[in-house]
Design a protein around this ligand. Structure first.
Ligand code: ACM
Ligand code: ZN
Length: 550
């Protein structure tokens, strides 16, 4: 974001934001995220099952850009819209690629009484224009319980020019603490796309479960994918702990993962896998204790927290992790692999002959340096396979290569340090972006990790810290919300935690700061909630109550 934008942000806070907003996008056009420019026109376009889509060019990418729209058309009209090459296109939806649109994900959308025209630089922009059209349809268009096909839908005439503020607009789903069935992952991806978010960070391994099939090491899932008991309530609560003694677990086969990746690709969502190391690795070590310092045995953890048994820095551990990463990188086309790096106690390393020998050989003076050595080795391996790493901000506690991306979670300081040192960063500070925290009165909400991140707090977050100059600010690639699932035991609860905070996140990530205004957002939100209901999505209904009127 440029200095001008930041200046405007402050002006907007004190001058009448509302006046600015109404020029930019009328409140009746309930789009979330709010577009950069929106001009209402009179009249409507009638979308019918006979409306055609003209693609120019008719490339694979353009076919992908319309495929999820056509799935929606199948469920609302009972048939897909015909896709034809550009020719006599009166009455149709024309999609045209042009270099006149600068932003790689930007688009221009014109709806008149007789046609819809989309211009974009890339198929991604065409896709986002269709997501805008999707929000302009009445919510019934999404109705999953439809008993008969619709005849037509009207779309208001308008002109929109739109492009994202940040290239990285993400959500992290933790499938390790509680497993998230693949159909639910797909639902989340679909709503992310509905709000123009484009990265799913998929947390696949942790102390409490290993969720990705690795063919060379089948015990990772057959043993590491299941735990015998799960703590009831908070681990920080009074001891002795209470346990749910049901065996719990699950994992994704590689075929499941491909299915999710295909679904995400059709929605222009990049999926970044996270394989945690060297800490948060008890599930892996319960399956293969030989890669620990002590040799085990271990059980897949049923408590939440930070655990001392972590991957040992002996040579064979690196072979094991590289084999795993070979399978992971063969599956995931993403440029990035997240390798964790957070919350790794060093107490086992301090007492391990292998780890101490490694430190001596490499001339490392502290266990912190040993962790940096560990991360750098894995990074070099992934770089050699053409991938870049993302790590939690602990990776900034030492020298990392300039290609690593820092995910700032312990507040903003990791991201600030990264940007000042020339590293790219993604902002996900726990105070604003941890969706596992409460959003209303804890006594009225399902059990959560603690903390308080209400909708307005999410909305008010600005990913570029003021302290950065323009050059440094360019390293802030975007923003992400994290949903850790220690206390999330059902799909309804998962959705409750995500929505509508995800709608607020989308404006933080996509909309330009001078267009953002919480009161205006709250006016646009009810229609979006109707879309959620039509889609069968659960969401937090407290948002229009203050904590005091409960
Ligand atoms: C984290 O929340 N431990 C990244
Ligand atoms: Zn060791």
């Amino acid at each position: 974001m440029c200095i001008m934008n930041r200046l405007k942000r402050y002006l907007a806070a004190s001058v009448s934001v509302f006046a600015i907003m109404s020029q930019i996008c009328a409140a009746e056009i309930n789009l979330v995220p709010v577009p950069r420019k929106c001009m209402e026109r009179s009249g409507t376009f009638m979308l019918t099952p006979d409306t055609k889509i003209c693609l120019s060019p008719r490339s694979d990418g353009m076919m992908t850009a319309v495929s999820s729209w056509n799935s929606l058309m199948v469920s609302s009209f009972g048939k897909a819209l015909a896709v034809i090459p550009e020719q006599n296109s009166a009455g149709s939806i024309r999609c045209i690629l042009t270099d006149e649109i600068e932003n790689p994900e930007g688009y221009r959308l014109e709806v008149t009484g007789s046609s819809v025209t989309i211009h974009a630089r890339n198929p991604a922009g065409v896709f986002y224009a269709f997501q805008t059209l999707r929000q302009l349809l009445p919510p019934e268009a999404e109705n999953i319980a439809r008993d008969k096909p619709a005849d037509s839908f009207s779309i208001p005439c308008l002109e929109i020019e739109d492009s994202p503020e940040f290239p990285y607009r993400g959500i992290m789903l933790d499938a390790a603490r509680h497993f998230i069935p693949k159909e639910e992952v797909k639902t989340c991806i679909d709503i992310m796309a509905f709000h123009k978010l484009n990265v799913l960070h998929w947390h696949l391994t942790d102390d409490q479960g290993w969720r990705i099939e690795i063919k060379k090491y089948p015990k990772l899932t057959t043993v590491g994918g299941f735990r015998d008991k799960t703590i009831i309530g908070h681990a920080r609560g009074p001891k002795p702990y209470k346990w749910n003694m049901s065996r719990y677990g699950g994992f994704y086969t590689q075929e499941d993962i491909k299915e999710v990746l295909d679904y995400a690709e059709e929605r222009f969502v990049t999926v970044i896998p996270e394989i945690e190391m060297p800490g948060h690795s008890v599930a892996a070590l319960s399956a293969y204790p030989e890669y620990s310092c002590s040799g085990g045995p271990f059980e897949v953890e049923g408590r939440w927290g930070i655990f001392n048994d972590v991957f040992c820095c002996k040579e064979k551990t690196f072979g094991f992790l590289q084999d795993i990463l070979d399978e992971v990188t063969a599956l995931f086309p993403s440029e990035y692999v997240h390798i964790g790096g957070d919350e790794c106690p060093r107490v086992r390393w301090d007492n391990c002959t292998h780890c101490q020998a490694r430190m001596k050989e490499e001339g490392l003076s502290s266990s912190n340096d040993l962790q940096i050595y560990f991360m750098n080795r894995i990074e070099e391996y992934l770089n050699s396979k053409g991938k870049r790493i993302i790590g939690w901000d602990e990776i900034m506690d030492g020298d990392i290569s300039g290609r690593a991306v820092v995910m700032s979670w312990r507040g903003e300081k990791g991201g600030i340090k990264a940007a000042k040192n020339g590293y790219d960063a993604i902002m996900t500070p726990n105070e604003y972006m941890y969706f596992n925290r409460y959003q209303y009165d804890p006594s009225l909400e399902p059990l959560a990790n603690g903390g308080f991140v209400p909708l307005e707090k999410v909305y008010d977050y600005h990913p570029v810290p003021e302290i950065l100059n323009d050059e440094e600010a360019r390293h802030i690639k975007g923003v992400q919300a994290n949903l850790w699932t220690e206390y999330i035991t059902s799909e309804d609860q998962l959705e409750y935690m995500l929505f509508p905070r995800t709608a607020a996140l989308s404006e933080v990530a996509w909309s330009c700061p001078e267009n953002r205004n919480y009161d205006n957002f709250l006016q646009r939100l009810p229609l979006i909630l109707k879309h959620y209901s039509a889609m069968g999505i659960n969401y937090c209904r407290w948002i229009f109550s203050s904590r005091e009127d409960k």
